[in-house]
Structure formats: structure tokens, C-alpha cells
Design a protein around this ligand. Structure first.
Ligand SMILES: CC(C)(COP(=O)(O)OP(=O)(O)OC[C@H]1O[C@@H](n2cnc3c(N)ncnc32)[C@H](O)[C@@H]1OP(=O)(O)O)[C@@H](O)C(=O)NCCC(=O)NCCS
Length: 168
């Protein structure tokens, strides 16, 4: 079951994101170290402010939160037609069962209801092949590549930029 996370979900959301950032740091634009410093109040605020422009969806299996994905619409008027998909993660033991794709499809459906959003974009690390596959199989097109866009420790990773038009 997919549902929008609320402030009451702050502890389980904090934990799943911390685990994902720790296990696959090359896949994300932010690191586990920064997230580990987030207070419960900050995480609650993030989820409490959920609205049609900014939200986090969670996938629950037998009441356990096993996957997450976020959307953030740009705030400034000139770029307010863009939404960024961020923080897609599924716990390792639940992977390859369609949960990541289900979350992305649910996010696309919800974002499509927002008439202000013209397109969604996302960044995927080139070496993370399953994430790229999920985006392209949901209709996202590659529009750019940033060599060495992410640094984790001493390693540099190329990043792919992908986008999906929601409306003209
Ligand atoms: C990426 C991630 C969210 C995928 O979640 P998931 O629930 O396993 O994804 P799904 O089961 O819905 O889909 C996986 C797809 O990748 C495909 N896949 C798996 N390994 C692959 C590979 N090496 N190359 C290409 N495709 C691959 C699967 O076949 C499946 O596609 P299909 O349904 O069309 O057959 C999960 O692996 C994860 O949390 N990874 C760490 C964090 C991360 O990389 N996040 C993405 C940030 S952009």
C-alpha cells in the first residue's frame, strides 16, 4: 500500500532514509552523515508541510515502511513548473519486487494532478542501473549527463539527468 507520509511517520522515515543513504551513498545527492544529524523536529516538519507541491510517499508492507520517494516543486515563479523527484529507496530485502516502480508511478499520478507542474526531473547515478531502468521504464527521457557529479569518499560518479513531461 502506498500513502503519503505525515509527521507521525517521522521516526520510521528517518530510519529508512538513514539506512538507504548509508548502504548506497553513490545513489543520492545527500549523505548519511548530514541526515543522521536531522532532529526528530526537523523530520516532522518536513513531513508535516506535505502538500501537493512537496510530499513524501511511503510503501507499506504488513504495516512496515519498506520504500519511500519524494517530490519537491521549485518555489520561485520562473521555475515553479518543475518538480524534482528525490529520495527513492527500497529496503534491500524488498527490492526487485516492483516496489520502486510502484512508488514512482504513484508519485507521477499524484504530481499529474497538480496543474502547475509541467514536468518532473530526477538525477540518477549512471552506475545505478536499476534506478535508471525504473525512470526510463516509467517514461522519463535522458536529457543530460554530468561527469563526476557525485563524490562519495574518494570516488566520483557520473550522473544522468532525466525528465518526464506531464503536460504541454
Ligand atoms: C533503486 C531502487 C529504489 C529500486 O527499487 P526496487 O523496488 O528494487 O525496484 P523495482 O523492483 O520496482 O524495479 C527494479 C527494476 O530494475 C530492473 N533491474 C534490476 N537490476 C538491473 C540492472 N542491473 N540493470 C537494469 N535493470 C535492472 C529490474 O528488472 C526491474 O525492472 P522491471 O520491473 O522492468 O523488470 C532500490 O534498488 C534502492 O533502494 N536502491 C538504493 C537507492 C537508489 O539507488 N535509489 C535511486 C536513487 S535515483
Amino acid at each position: 500500500m502506498v500513502r503519503q507520509l505525515e509527521s507521525k511517520d517521522s521516526a520510521i522515515y528517518y530510519n529508512i532514509r538513514l539506512e538507504a543513504l548509508g548502504l548506497n551513498p553513490e545513489a543520492f545527492g545527500s549523505g548519511a552523515e548530514d541526515w543522521s544529524k536531522a532532529t526528530d523536529e526537523q523530520v516532522k516538519n518536513l513531513l508535516e508541510k506535505s502538500n501537493q507541491d512537496d510530499f513524501v510517499l511511503g510503501y507499506f508492507q504488513d504495516s512496515e515502511l519498506v520504500g519511500v520517494i519524494g517530490l519537491k516543486r521549485e518555489k520561485k515563479h520562473s521555475v515553479g513548473h518543475k518538480g524534482t523527484v528525490w529520495g527513492l529507496a527500497v529496503l534491500p530485502r524488498y527490492r526487485n519486487q516492483g516496489i520502486g516502480k510502484t512508488l514512482l508511478k504513484a508519485l507521477i499520478a499524484k504530481a499529474s494532478e497538480n496543474q502547475e507542474l509541467k514536468y518532473l526531473r530526477a538525477v540518477a547515478t549512471v552506475s545505478v542501473l536499476n534506478a535508471q531502468h525504473i525512470f526510463t521504464s516509467c517514461g522519463f527521457k535522458v536529457y543530460g549527463l554530468e561527469p563526476r557529479g557525485i563524490k562519495q569518499g574518494q570516488n566520483l560518479y557520473d550522473q544522468l539527468f532525466v525528465m518526464l513531461n506531464l503536460r504541454d
